[in-house]
Design a protein around this ligand. Sequence first.
Ligand SMILES: NC(=O)c1ccc[n+]([C@@H]2O[C@H](COP(=O)([O-])OP(=O)(O)OC[C@H]3O[C@@H](n4cnc5c(N)ncnc54)[C@H](O)[C@@H]3O)[C@@H](O)[C@H]2O)c1
Length: 388
Amino acid sequence: MAMDKGLDAFKNESVESVIDTSKKVKVGIVGCGWIAGSHIEQYLKMEDVELVAVADLVPGKAEAFLAKYGVEGARCYPSHKELIDNEELDAVSICTYNCQHAEPTIYALEHGVNVMLEKPFTVTLDEAVAVMKAEKKSGKILTIGFQPRMSENMQMIKRIVESGELGDIYYLQAGGGRRRGIPTPFGTTFIEKETGGIGAVGDIGSYSLDMLLNAVGYPKPLTVTGYTSNFFGTDPKYYSNHPEYAEKFGVDDFAAAFVRLEGGIILDFRISWAMHMDTCGDALILGTKGGLRIPSTDCWNGEFDTPLKVYRNVGDKVPMCYEVPMIPSKTSFFYQKIRSFIDEVKKPAGEGKATVPSAQILYNQAIIDGIVKSNDLGREIEIEIPEI
Ligand SMILES: NC(=O)c1ccc[n+]([C@@H]2O[C@H](COP(=O)([O-])OP(=O)(O)OC[C@H]3O[C@@H](n4cnc5c(N)ncnc54)[C@H](O)[C@@H]3O)[C@@H](O)[C@H]2O)c1
């Protein structure tokens, strides 16, 4: 007999969806570096996933990776090609450095495998277009690994914009950034041209772009005046233990840009791995009826830790401001990112959708690509996005 729950019915219980474990999704991981650790941890929590194989170019790294996570029975391969050629995969995580995002992703899609690709999408716009052509031909799912999309506080930014509370949006300001945060704790793959390809502009710039552009419906970028610099990364004095990294540094450690977006929206962008400043400021969204302040973080790769603030007038003239209460997160964003991908992979063929679709992130990549090209040319450029 059903129990009358009375007032307990109003308790905020988390409702876990029931996971069907009758069929296991066969998963592989390409690249066994730092972020692959997060992917494997999530996959190992899922009873409906079988991790069948991993690959890494560095001899012994794949084996050591499986041993570290106590995985037995999965196979190791020397690159994405052998893994995909030899296994019947349903899905693969591409966890390689930026310059090896496009090739393994295209290879997986061409072989009928659904892909979770780590951010940034690619290094260049041309690569992103090539990946999307392969995606279109394959009919498979390609989702990009922006875990902040899973945060309810991040989602609130989009909800506020969509509610009309801010009116028509005309200006976006990216901010945040690091005073001293060139990512070299695990070696130099982020800072070398041959592996990272792009620096702060792609690594953490892609997060702040996604946060703002997603909120306003990802308008198409039209023109960009971009600037990048590398004063810190190329200075041996920056590195406490590895002055030789300065020689290897081949990307940007700071970027700024002025971007015109479709719909008359201006994006004022800046991002930093290193600078003589604590932050480039909060992120701002200005609309005709209100403004939104998103508190500065190092890179918006998770969420912010103080409340959003909305600025509006009471009546026609009296300025006021209110804080948006923070929502405590129930599960890790990394878990939700992988879980949502697997849930979509499990849907009948053709029904699964990308949580973070390439069609949106194409514009993110076009801006990054435009900043790099505009800096090289020393002038404003028009952003041209080929047909896919
Ligand atoms: N979502 C996040 O929070 C987050 C955090 C860190 C890094 N990342 C992204 O993840 C990617 C990887 O970062 P990382 O810190 O793990 O880098 P990493 O250099 O530690 O690891 C990358 C690994 O990929 C391997 N590799 C490269 N090409 C390969 C190929 N074709 N086949 C097999 N192995 C290959 C390399 O040998 C290396 O071991 C980057 O693009 C980065 O931007 C995302």
